[in-house]
Design a protein. Structure first.
Length: 240
């Protein structure tokens, strides 16, 4: 509110107010923010599926599988997200040809795949940590019942891991959501890019701080409830 008041004081006569300008551009900004949310959903879904497989590879009994999974996890977990976005934008083609069908790969889809690589590595670590946190007696009990390793994981271990994995998984999703504006650097027309376009169209310096604070408010309103719910789940699922 202070920045809006200062901006109004510096605005010229006959210029629409900052609040009126923000309200005018809100529908366009909402479209960009919807793309951010869609990218976060897809990246989280893709990364979680492949992260589960990679996490099981981290606890595999076969040394080559375990070593390869560890290498992939460490590489993508410690790679900067922006670098992954650039590699996906530059290396992936603009379209895929499968027989006679042509599947386009727009920029937002490439960015989503780049973000999902980081999610995959972090989910793999969540899976590994959750499995290792299960008391060894659960494995022994499953062996006593003549369960195979896959049966033990599917029927005994992984169901107990869900409670341990859910709070950090939700926290990772919140971090991913606030990281989606990185796609603006590679040219995706999401909320951050559209905010810059709005400022260029208005050509009013007093709008700079209020517009970006308005965008920040959108992300805060979306992510803060997730953070609070994560805290509640941590307390509820706490292993005593």
């Amino acid at each position: 509110m202070l920045s809006i008041c200062i901006g109004e004081a510096h605005a010229g006569p006959g210029v629409p107010s900052i609040l009126a300008t923000i309200i005018k551009w809100t529908p366009l900004l909402a479209q960009g923010f919807a793309l951010n949310i869609a990218m976060s959903f897809l990246a989280m879904a893709i990364g979680s599926i492949f992260g589960l497989v990679l996490g099981l590879g981290l606890i595999a009994v076969t040394p080559p599988v375990r070593a390869a999974s560890w290498l992939i996890t460490q590489f993508f977990r410690n790679a900067p997200w922006l670098v992954l976005l650039f590699y996906c934008m530059l290396l992936l083609p603009f379209e895929l040809r499968i027989g006679d069908a042509i599947i386009p790969l727009p920029g937002w889809m490439k960015s989503t795949l780049g973000l999902s690589l980081a999610v995959m590595a972090n989910v793999a670590e969540l899976v590994r940590g959750a499995v290792n946190s299960i008391p060894f007696g659960q494995w022994e009990a499953a062996d006593a019942l003549a369960f195979t390793r896959m049966q033990t994981l599917r029927m005994v271990i992984l169901p107990q891991c869900i409670k341990r994995m859910t709070p950090p998984w939700m926290n990772l999703y919140a971090i991913l959501t606030v990281g989606t504006p990185l796609a603006s650097v590679v040219g995706v027309s999401e909320a951050m890019t559209l905010t810059g376009d709005i400022l260029a169209a208005e050509n009013r310096t007093e709008l700079l701080v209020p517009m970006y604070l308005y965008l920040l408010l959108w992300f805060f309103v979306y992510c803060y409830p997730i953070a609070r719910f994560t805290v509640r789940l941590e307390r509820r699922f706490q292993v005593r």
